[in-house]
Design a protein around this ligand. Structure first.
Ligand code: PEP
Ligand code: MG
Length: 764
């Protein structure tokens, strides 16, 4: 059964068009189930009808003609109930309806299963048979499994607009993709596809002007790989049998002009660049191999793939860094865009980021937010390889991306950008103001930093200190761990820029979704794995160098505070504190720098630390809530996973109640408590946090003025009343709605999203 399923899915995946995929599907399912009829009905959202899109067994004229609402027929019943309908004698069912267009005879047995994606019905897959019988459990399970596997293909076709193309009613060219907001804002620009080296699947298509030059590159790469293969053959001469060495001959023949070499050249002549042409050819071979039943031949897939990777590596070596062009308003597009990829791009030319993976609080999204770059993540249907150089609009407020936008849409979004610029200009008035509520309560606002660029923006906006310096960011920009003196200089710049205001430096927080290119960590479950303090306590040599560099950097300034990330147990704090004490003692003994013991804080990110908050507060000088991770762990929702992004909410009552509990317990212990997760930088949640009595809120510089404006307009009394109301609610959506209603009433809703974005999005 598994083999049949695999085969059908492969055939569908490798079909040249969506309609061909549906046709292959119905033919294969009819054959595999031994039934007489197989049909796919898909939902047309405009008419809200389920339309027969492909069929084996009925009159072919009925395709695209027969349709029904959710209230009609057995297909409608299956869609409205969202469960399989298995009937022995369909015609006697009260919901049975006869469609003369189908030329349908009397089919007794009926089995329909809904095609679902992200809780929505996309269509129904049906088999029918003359024989009067009920489908058995195995058959139902087969259809359900198949439908679940195919739902992604249908969803993908839907976003690509292929459903409309098939029905011949599509006119507009704009393609719309939905993801999640990574960093708010709107931008228009051109896509620059970023892809990691040595990953064939992610190489984008790109048109070439100079076909001959591209063909020459291919020839060089082919020759270099031939050389490699010959050298390998010689090296193995003594250790391999002649028949085993025959494989090298096969490799050489595969590189010939009448094999892979020629096929790639043809694609280049058709206009694609060498790397894109290579991807196309290898892809095609992979799909053909996957359809083969012979296990030996299927094994040859890995040989073709291996050759493809060798050729790619050669082509990528020939490519120099400078050939990559970033036009003004480049929008970085990729399957997965890491923080390092973002930071390596020429940021003065980058106006947006769009990634197929990731979620709102992925590390890259947080950094993009700090840089004020509109970002949409988790666009799972994004056809990345075909987007290079495409014109795009990124509406990061709505988490939406428009490719080849219409003129009307472009005009609307240009107006929104103007509106945004006015909003930003209006915030300038808050640069010099105190964050003081109208009823006279001050709230301390600090910034989160990581890059030097953050410092100037933070100071310009009147930050009162640094609540979180993400020390992993400078580590990400290097090719090895930075040395002690190198680190001292980096930290000194931060500390000096803000002195005498405090700078809270977090010790290296890598692991999870924060990778260092030179220290890869491969784990099945990275969020629950080796992260933050767990790594640095296992590697005191890394921890000590960092702490010594921080202490030296603070010499004579004395504005350093050290913050420990991802703490789970009291003993981790004890061990880290002991190491910090040791570093202070060492440096005092060395007597080169004037060093004092800094205040040491603990991040509250792991649920266990909430329960043990009183114990931890005793061991620390201060506490800072990392609400990004705390939300992830409290709700058991990977902050980096687009599939569950809808569940990740900082308005979740459990998050709000937990955060409030921490504030009251830390205050009871006589210590200070701040918050440095993204919750602090959102005007909606910031009102709730100020009402909870935090000693300080720390956020990215791009949110500082919005939050300060909010505080200046919301009396503490009103914020406290709002907090008390929402703490009694039991759902994130109702909390959010209440907070947004309050912001609207106060005339502050624009701080969350410009008025016209929702309207513009309908103008496709
Ligand atoms: C957090 O988890 O809230 C936090 C501030 O740390 P990071 O986002 O860098 O993990
Ligand atoms: Mg964290």
């Amino acid at each position: 059964m598994l083999e049949i399923l695999r085969r059908i899915v492969q055939e569908v995946d490798s079909a040249p068009s969506f309609q061909a995929a549906l046709d292959v599907l119905v033919a294969s399912v009819r054959e595999a189930t031994g039934t007489e009829v197989c049909s796919v009905y898909l939902l047309d959202e405009r008419s809200n009808r389920l339309v027969l899109m492909a069929n084996e067994g009925f009159n072919p004229e009925s395709i695209g003609v027969v349709s029904m609402t959710f209230d009609e027929g057995l297909v409608g019943l299956c869609a409205s109930r969202e469960e399989p309908i298995n009937l022995q004698d369909a015609a006697t069912h009260p919901r049975y309806r006869y469609f003369p267009e189908t030329g349908e005879e009397r089919y007794n047995a009926f089995l329909g299963v809904p095609i679902m994606n992200r809780r929505k019905v996309l269509g129904v897959l049906v088999v029918q048979q003359r024989e009067n019988r009920r489908f058995d459990e195995g058959e139902v399970a087969f259809m359900v499994t198949l439908s679940a596997q195919l739902s992604g293909v249908v969803a993908h076709a839907k976003v690509l607009g292929q459903l409309e193309v098939v029905r011949g009613s599509r006119t507009a060219q704009t393609q719309i993709y939905q993801g999640t907001t990574g960093a708010t804002g709107v931008t228009l620009g051109r896509a620059v596809v970023l892809y990691p080296p040595a990953d064939l699947d992610q190489v984008p298509d790109r048109s070439v002007d100079d076909v001959d030059a591209e063909l020459a590159l291919l020839q060089q790469a082919l020759e270099a790989v031939r050389e490699d293969v010959r050298a390998l053959d010689e090296r193995m001469a003594d250790s391999l049998m002649p028949e085993e060495r025959a494989l090298f001959d096969v490799y050489l023949r595969m590189l010939d002009d009448n094999a892979l070499g020629g096929e790639i050249a043809e694609r280049i002549e058709a206009g694609n660049w060498a790397q894109g042409a290579l991807r196309e050819v290898i892809d095609e071979h992979m799909q053909n191999f996957a359809l083969m039943d012979d296990p030996y031949l299927r094994e040859r897939m890995s040989d073709v793939r291996d050759l493809g990777l060798r050729l790619l590596s050669q082509l990528q070596q020939q490519e120099t860094e400078d050939t990559r062009e970033f036009p003004e308003n480049s929008i970085l597009v990729g399957e997965d865009i890491s923080t390092a990829m973002l930071l390596e791009a020429p940021l003065d030319r980058v106006s947006g980021v769009v990634a197929a993976t990731g979620a709102a609080n992925s590390h890259m999204a947080i950094v993009a937010r700090a840089l004020g770059i509109p970002t949409v993540v988790g666009v799972s249907d994004l056809p990345v390889t075909s987007l290079d150089d495409a014109e795009m609009i990124v509406d990061a407020y709505l988490g939406r991306v428009f490719v080849q936008p219409s003129r009307v849409l472009r005009k609307r979004y240009k107006d929104i950008i103007k509106e945004e610029q006015q909003l930003v200009a209006g915030l300038d008035a808050y640069k010099q103001r105190d964050a003081m509520t109208p009823d006279g309560r001050r709230v301390a606002l600090h910034v989160n930093t990581g890059l030097m660029a953050d410092v100037a923006r933070a100071k310009d906006r009147g930050a009162e200190g640094v609540g979180l310096y993400r020390s992993e960011i400078p580590f990400m920009l290097r090719e090895r761990f930075p040395g002690e003196e190198e680190q001292r200089q980096i930290y000194r710049q931060q500390l000096e820029a803000f002195a005498p205001r405090p700078v809270t430096m977090r010790t290296l927080d890598i692991g999870g979704d924060k990778d260092l290119p030179y220290f890869p960590i491969e784990e099945d479950n990275p969020a629950l794995g080796w992260r933050g303090i767990r790594i640095t306590l296992d590697h005191p040599e890394i921890f000590m160098v960092q702490v010594r560099a921080m202490l030296k950097a603070a010499s004579g300034l004395n504005n350093l505070q050290i913050l420990l990330p991802m703490v789970t147990t009291v003993s981790e704090v004890e061990d880290a504190v002991a190491l910090i004490h040791r570093a202070v003692a060492e440096l005092q003994e060395e007597n080169e720098f004037e060093v004092t013991l800094p205040r040491i804080g603990v991040m509250i990110e792991v649920p266990a630390t909430i329960i043990q908050i009183a114990d931890l507060a005793r061991h620390a000088d201060f506490v800072s809530i990392g609400s990004n991770d705390l939300t992830q762990y409290l709700l058991a929702v990977d902050r980096n996973n687009a599939r569950v992004a809808g569940l990740y909410s900082q308005y979740h009552p459990a998050v709000l109640r937990a955060v409030r509990y921490v504030v009251s317990e830390v205050h009871r212990a006589g210590k200070t408590v701040s918050i440095c997760g993204e919750m602090a930088g959102d005007p909606g949640t910031a009102i709730l946090l100020m009402a909870m009595g935090f000693d300080m809120l720390s956020m990215s510089a791009s949110n500082l003025l919005k939050v300060r404006k909010t505080i200046c307009h919301v009396p503490m009394e009103r914020a406290e009343a709002l907090l008390n109301r929402v703490l009694a609610f039991d759902k994130p959506e109702t909390v959010r709605a209440e907070v947004e209603a309050e912001l609207s009433e106060l005339g502050l809703i624009d701080l969350i999203r410009p008025k016209s974005t929702a309207a513009a999005a309908t103008a496709t």
